[in-house]
Design a binder for this molecule. Structure first.
Ligand code: T5A
Ligand code: NA
Length: 213
């Protein structure tokens, strides 16, 4: 339980899904609605391409650099860990964090490659120690539909066949606590469902439910 008179912790809300499923759109709408309601909140995205490690990841995603599959995987993990302390500090201080991708992207995209020594079990273990999401919002979309959306096709993983494998990895990872939404719905309709679930997560966090790892 929070110390009497101390800050009520913020919630860690994570958005996941295949490329172009609408995560950034939902994250922005959510941040606006949280701030309108007076909930202190920040929106972050992973990979964080602004750090030196994030710069390497960016070059890989833009196909300007080739990297071994284990190396790029561990760079994504390192990119989350370099933000770990700041995440914990903000959450403990009462800020709700909205993350556009997080650990489950790390697992789903690498496991989708089918490299035997980089299976889902290995990928999950590599996330050990990072704060766990209070709520995972999974925007589920058929890759044929995401491919038809603007901008798809320029970065490394943006191929329909690969995205189908990523979607099936997400399907295997999702547990009953994820909020799984049909991402083909209009953005405003999705946001109404997101906002209701996030409100409950923010209340649970403020009531002292411990942050998982
Ligand atoms: N990755 C990431 C790993 O391999 N390992 C890791 O550990 C991590 C963290 C990062 C890449 O790196 C991989 C995964 C990715 O391949 P990214 O920068 O997160 O890439 O790229 P995307 O997921 O592709 O992000 P995008 O910004 O491109 O897509 P979003 O955020 O899902 O979608 P959004 O909101 O920008 O919308 C895309 C388009 O669809 C429209 C929008 O207007 C836009 O044109 N749209 C809708 N259209 C119809 N109905 C709706 N409901 C819509 N919502 C949005
Ligand atoms: Na992309």
């Amino acid at each position: 339980a929070p110390a009497p008179g101390g800050p009520r912790r913020g919630a860690l809300v994570v958005f996941e899904g295949i490329d172009r499923c609408g995560k950034s759109t939902q994250c922005s709408l959510l941040l606006e609605s949280l701030q309108r309601r007076g909930v202190r909140a920040e929106l972050w995205r992973f990979p964080d391409r602004t750090t030196p490690i994030g710069g390497l990841i960016n070059e890989y995603l833009q196909k300007k650099a080739a990297l071994d599959d284990a190396v790029i995987h561990l760079l994504f993990v390192a990119n989350r860990n370099e933000k770990r302390e700041e995440m914990l500090r903000l959450l403990a201080g009462g800020t709700t964090l909205v993350l556009d991708r997080y650990s489950y992207s790390g697992v789903a995209y690498t496991a989708a490659k089918g490299v035997p020594h980089l299976d889902a079990g290995f990928c999950r273990a590599a996330e050990t120690g990072l704060p766990a999401a209070d709520l995972v919002v999974y925007l589920d979309l058929d890759p044929e539909q995401s491919a038809a959306r603007g901008g798809f096709g320029s970065e490394r993983y943006e191929k329909v066949e690969f995205q189908k494998k990523v979607r099936s990895q997400y399907g295997a990872l999702a547990d009953g606590r994820w909020l799984r939404l049909d991402a083909s719905q209009p953005a405003e309709q999705l946001q109404a469902q997101v906002a209701a679930a996030v409100q409950r997560a923010v209340e649970r966090a403020a009531a002292g439910e411990p942050l998982g790892r």
